[in-house]
Design a protein around this ligand. Sequence first.
Ligand SMILES: [Zn+2]
Ligand SMILES: [Zn+2]
Ligand SMILES: [Zn+2]
Length: 493
Amino acid sequence: MLKSVGYMENVEVFDVPGKGRGLRATKEVWAGDVLFAEPSFAAVVFDSMAEQVCHNCFRRQPKLHRCGQCKFAQYCNRTCQRAAWEEHKLECAAVKAFGKVPNENIRLAARILWRLDKEGGVVSDTQLTSLDDLENHVSDMTEEDLKDLKIDIHNFLDYWPHNSRQHKVEEISHILGVINCNGFSMSDQRGLNAVGVGLFPNLCLVNHDCWPNCTVILNNGNQTAVNTLFHTQRRIELRALGKISVGEELMVAYVDFLNVSSERKRLLKQQYFFDCTCKHCTEHIKDDLMLAGKEVDGKKASEEEVKEVMEYSLKMLEKIDKARTEGNYHEVVKICRECLEKQEQVLADTHIYMLRVLSTASEVLAYLQFMEEAATYARKMVEGYMKLYHPNNAALGMGTMRAGVTHWQAGLIEVGHSMICKAYAILMVTHGPTHPITKDLEAMRTQTEMELRLFQQNEYVYHSMREAALKNQPMSLRAEPVVEGIKNLFRRK
Ligand SMILES: [Zn+2]
Ligand SMILES: [Zn+2]
Ligand SMILES: [Zn+2]
């Protein structure tokens, strides 16, 4: 068995008036400190990702090895396969007997119930809550969601083996409800795509704030060598974004901050069934910036003008999304350019509709190798982000990294290096020094620093060497135009 990474001495459960349970700090911590790390109670890869990521470490791999028994599970190598066997054993037999693979909800529910049957609702002394005590919100579900739940229960019962312990429908419904509102989005090693869903009981105790004092990050762990010092388990980490005093409640953001407060409240109500009463929502902090019109020489764009461009932008954003899903990237670029031309005349540089277009435009242009134009848009995007996001927000860090790489690839080494350094500083807090993305950034920081020195000594030599240097850098970042990363902490159905 692997050594557990769970430790909980920095936090304790307490009753938050009007909110139920919450977690608070029992020790003073600072930006980047890890409050706790927690391995998943259970986790599965998404149906849509089953062929692309390792079912043990959730890394995206070009070459995976199939489980010879069920022909469904896939792994990087024997190490990952062996590490996953405990979790996969009963599933493997069930999939084989069932003759097909049930959906991700059902697979996760089954993994949870097998573990519960074996170890009980609390599997270690560091688990602060039993699964029985987690909210399932089944009574809050809409009719449509209840219909889906019924179908899942039905399919679950078909899949669940006769020789496993039998459970009441209420128990199965509870677990599926818990997954629905507490299933955590698991990302691949680059942190850009949600590739699976997992349950982390302690994380479920952390309440939401739109301007939180913590962030949660998945560390895929170092799977290369079990039984060595380097091996680490796949886990989530709750990391402090700034100083947190003893007794202060720990909060994370369940939804991305870059929505106006009314929209965030709507999303939170719809998915998590509560009314956000955080300071940023009640005082509508930064809503004005997110919707602001442009000001030129003290003259502001009129309300009607702003409204008109916003309506236009919404239509364009829809078109952009459609072209993107169809993989029609040249069309995406065309619509983005057209849209930005209008937006730039009327909307402020912090307007979220413009930031959305800038984000897509820069990513897709970089993918199509229009580096300079991509860099210009990426820089505008980051400048807008900096005025809106918390200085240690992970999405700001990732956006800054992307912009830095784009500048670097465009040959704009000074801005590129400075952005990569900024991103590195943020990711040291939000992801920590051992995270694969932070390690990539560190390597890029060293490389760009060297190139910058060369550039300052001799621009001509720099430019002639740049092409060669670019050929050697990892292209994994450019594998496909993934734009936004993961915006919701917990998975949306
Ligand atoms: Zn693996
Ligand atoms: Zn198998
Ligand atoms: Zn809020």
